[in-house]
Ligand binder design. Structure first.
Ligand code: DGT
Ligand code: MG
Length: 366
């Protein structure tokens, strides 16, 4: 038995972007539970609840040791009533009854299966469930009209739900580098997303492409995609156009966190190395790859915005708005007090403008 006095108390900042969160999580029993409830809320269009659970999970990820008693959590930020109830349940019973019943619910299971299809979001999955579709077989039999993304998602379902390894991410990085060099020498490719934060696996691979000479990057994406296509590397691609500079009033202040870079959602056909070949003798696998092109003037903001984690990004924007009267996006930082854009060529400069200690990518795993 541990007495109150022996229990270590933690002191933790309230914004995730003020904290150093490595992949070394001492409270995965608690964060797994809260993350599942966050996911369930997001899949049910309850974004507010989702964020609350994500914030609570992120706080626990930042603690230096394992929590063993509720009394250690007294005075900590980000832990709402509901999250505390879940934590208490896990500490006392080993599991949370709410998590267990969610996991077993027919609706949650169906949402997981259906949104596991690339191109299917919570809204579509919910509509299908209301029409009695709970799994892939029922979907195939239903005669639902699928769009091109969803058809590709269904076709490569198993591959796309298999985590991507760092080795596979590096192999794809080499292909993207080669594509970019072939169509515009001097271009640069940066690995972003979870792999930049040091994760060993991911659900996709994220790349940011730029050129050191402003303007040279215009029209780059279609050329890169055409090259990849001609070499047989793409199973699917959809490119969306950048519209950030198209507004007549010049660079409008980013209204939402949805960015306007030229972006390609793709599915790569990655040839397996000999030792990775499976019994099925399939010599390739499908991998989700996101390509984004940024002009060099916005590159630092783009790298920061695409490195994640998603909660770290959300907290950075919340900090900027609430504490600094600034608007941060993946394109720019606007100071509402001075009524001007703040230029930056590195992530370090952006943290400095925001009055935050610099947090390296490996410590942004909130
Ligand atoms: P993963 O791929 O599941 O292992 O984990 P991440 O952290 O790589 O997550 P991912 O690939 O969904 O997104 C990477 C980061 O890029 C994420 O932290 C936030 C950012 N991001 C994703 N989609 C968008 C978007 O549409 N706009 C902006 N601005 N950022 C995005
Ligand atoms: Mg990713």
């Amino acid at each position: 038995q541990i007495s109150e006095a022996e229990v270590a108390l933690f002191s933790v900042s309230s914004y995730a972007c003020q904290r150093r969160t490595t992949l070394d999580n001492h409270n995965s029993n608690l964060t797994d539970a809260l993350s599942l409830l966050a996911e369930n809320a997001e899949l049910s269009n309850e974004d507010g609840r989702g964020v609350a659970f994500r914030r609570a999970a992120a706080l626990l990820k930042a603690l230096p040791t394992q929590v063993i008693s509720m009394s250690q959590l007294r005075g900590l930020p980000c832990l709402g009533e509901h999250s505390l109830r879940v934590i208490k349940d896990v500490l006392e019973n080993g599991v949370s009854s709410e998590v267990e019943s969610t996991k077993q619910s027919k609706r949650y299971k169906a949402l997981k299966i259906l949104t596991g299809i690339f191109g299917v979001g919570a809204k579509t999955a919910d509509r299908w469930i209301r029409e009695g579709i709970y799994n892939l077989e029922q979907l195939r039999d239903s005669g639902q009209t699928l769009n091109r993304a969803q058809k590709a998602g269904l076709e490569h379902y198993d591959d796309l739900n298999e985590p991507v390894t760092k080795a596979e991410a590096d192999a794809i990085g080499e292909i993207v580098q080669k594509a970019v060099n072939s169509v515009l020498p001097g271009s640069e490719v940066a690995l972003t997303g979870g792999f930049r934060r040091g994760k060993l696996t991911g659900h996709d691979v994220d790349f940011l492409i730029t050129h050191p000479e402003e303007g040279k990057e215009v029209g780059l994406m279609p050329k890169v995609v055409a090259w990849l296509e001609s070499q047989g590397f793409l199973l699917y691609q959809k490119t969306t156009r950048n519209s950030y500079l198209e507004s007549k009033d010049g660079p409008a202040r980013p209204a939402s966190n949805m960015d306007r870079f030229e972006r390609c959602f793709s599915i790569f056909k990655l040839t397996k190395r000999k030792e990775q070949e499976t019994a099925s003798h399939k010599i390739w696998r499908a991998v989700r790859v996101d390509l984004v092109v940024s002009p060099i003037s916005q590159f630092a903001f783009a790298v920061l915005g695409w490195t994640g984690s998603k909660l770290f990004e959300r907290e950075l924007r919340r900090w900027a708005g609430h504490e600094k009267n600034m608007s941060l996006s993946s394109h720019a930082l606007f100071d509402n007090t001075q009524n001007k854009y703040l230029r930056a060529t590195s992530e370090e400069e952006i943290f400095a403008y925001l009055g935050l200690e610099y947090i390296p990518p490996s410590e942004r795993n909130a």
